[in-house]
Ligand binder design. Sequence first.
Ligand code: SAH
Ligand code: F3S
Length: 481
Amino acid sequence: MEKIIDEKIQGQTLELETKKENTRKLFIESYGCAMNFSDSEIVASILANEGFNTTQNLEDADLVLVNTCSIRDKAEQTIRKRLQKYNAVKKINPKMKVGVLGCMAERLKEKFLEEERIVDLVVGPDAYKDLPNLIKEVEDGRDAVNVILSIDETYGDISPVRLGGNGVTAFVSITRGCDNMCTFCVVPFTRGRERSRDPQSILKEVNDLAEKGYKEITLLGQNVDSYLWFGGGLKRSFKKASDIQKATAMDFAQLLDLVAAEQPKMRFRFSTSNPQDMSLDVLHTMAKYQNICDYIHLPVQSGSTRILKEMNRQHTREEYMELIDSVREILPDCSISQDIITGFPTETEEDHQDTLSLMEYVKYDYGYMFAYSERPGTLAEKKLEDDIPEEVKKRRLAEIVALQREHCAIRTEEFLGKTFEVLIEKESKKSNQHWAGRTSQNTMAVFPKENYKVGDFVMVKIDDCTSATLIGECVGYSKNN
Ligand code: SAH
Ligand code: F3S
C-alpha cells in the first residue's frame, strides 16, 4: 500500500535542463527528506554556473554527489551501499570524483574520508556555496571538507533549478535547522540552528514559479510553524530584537497569508508541523484561503505523555488531542498524517497501548512509522539505554502499521460519492489512459484523461477506491482553473 510507509528512504536521481556551454557532467542523487531533494536543486543551480550539466547515467559522470540522510541507521546503511556502487564505477572511470552532501556529511565530517576511501569531498548542508572552491581543491589532488554550520545561510539568493519534476508542483524552503532538540533526533546536530528565510525572497521564488507555470508549492522546513522573520531570521536571537522588529515580525500564519493572497490561483501546502508550535492562527489562515490545502502532517511520535516527555516533545497527549479537536472544528475537511516511533527507550506495553488509542482517536489519513534507531550524539543516546529488544520494537511497529492500514481504508472510503478538486500532476502509473493528481487532502486520485492536461485543476467525482487511491471521473474544470 503506497501511503503507508515505514521507511521513507528512497533514492532519486535528478536531471537538469541542459546548458549548452556546459561540458562537465554531474550525477546527483538524493536520499531522505524533502529538504534534501530541495537542497539538491540548489546544489545543481550552483554547479550549473561551474560548467556542470546533470546526467542520469552514473557511468558518464565527472562528479557524483550523494545527498545523504542520517535520521536512522538504516538510512546510513543504504548510502554506504550506494558508495560501494560508485566505487565499482570509479574503477572503470578513475577520474570520477565522489562527494557526500547532507546530514551524514555533517555527522561524520573528516571521518568519512577515512572510513570510505572513495570519497573525495565532504560538504555539510550549510556549505553548498563553497562547492566551487571545494571542487577545485579536489581537482588539485587534495581532499576537501566543509561542514561548517551557519546561523544565517538560507540560500535565499539562489534560484534552484527544478530537477526531474513534473513542472506543476515544487518545494520552496522557508526555514532551515531545528532548535527543538527532540532527544531521539539527529537533525539539530546535522542541520544546525533554526533560522527563517526573508519573506521577500520566498515571495520572489513563489512568483517565479507561478510565472513558469507551476500550480502547487509546498513550503518546507523542519518545523515550519515556528517560522519567524524580524529583519533577521535566527530564532534564538528574537528575544534580543528591538521593539520595532518585534512589532513588525512575520510569523508562519502571516507568511501563509502573504503567499496565498499573492497567488490565488496556486495551491499551497507545508511540511512539517510540530504540534507545540502549530498555532490556531495557522488553522484560521488555512480556513480563510481555499488555495491553502486541507492537509496537515502532524507527527506525534507517541501517544504516551511519559514517553513524549522523555522525547522532549513539548506537549502532552491531551494537548495534542486538543489540537486535533481544533483542527476538526476549524477545518472539518482537513486530513491529518502522522510520524510515530515504536520502541523508544523505556516504552512499556501500556505506553504502546496509549499510542494505539491515540491513533483510534485521530484516525489518521496515513502515516510514516518507524522502529526507534539510536543515533550517536543525541540526548537519548547519552541518557537512556536502548533497552527495547528489536523484536518488540518490530512487533509494536507491525501493530501500529496494521491499525494505520485500517484507518487509511476508512478515510479513503469517506471520499466515495463526492466530488473533489484535483490538480493533474502526471500519468497514472498503472494506465496511460488515466491522469493522476492529488486532492487538497493530499490523497491520490486517478481518472480517465479525456481532453484535460497536466497542470489543470479539475473536479473529479469519486466512485471507487483502493486502500490509498481514489478512482473517479472528471466532471469539468474547477472554477479555480
Ligand atoms: N521535523 C522533521 C522531522 C524529521 S525526522 C520533519 O521535517 O519532518 C522525520 C521523522 O523521523 C520523525 O518525525 C520521527 O518520527 C522519525 N525519526 C527521527 N529520529 C528517529 C530515530 N532516531 N529513530 C526512529 N525514527 C526517527
Ligand atoms: Fe527532529 Fe524534533 Fe526538530 S524530530 S527535526 S528535533 S522537531
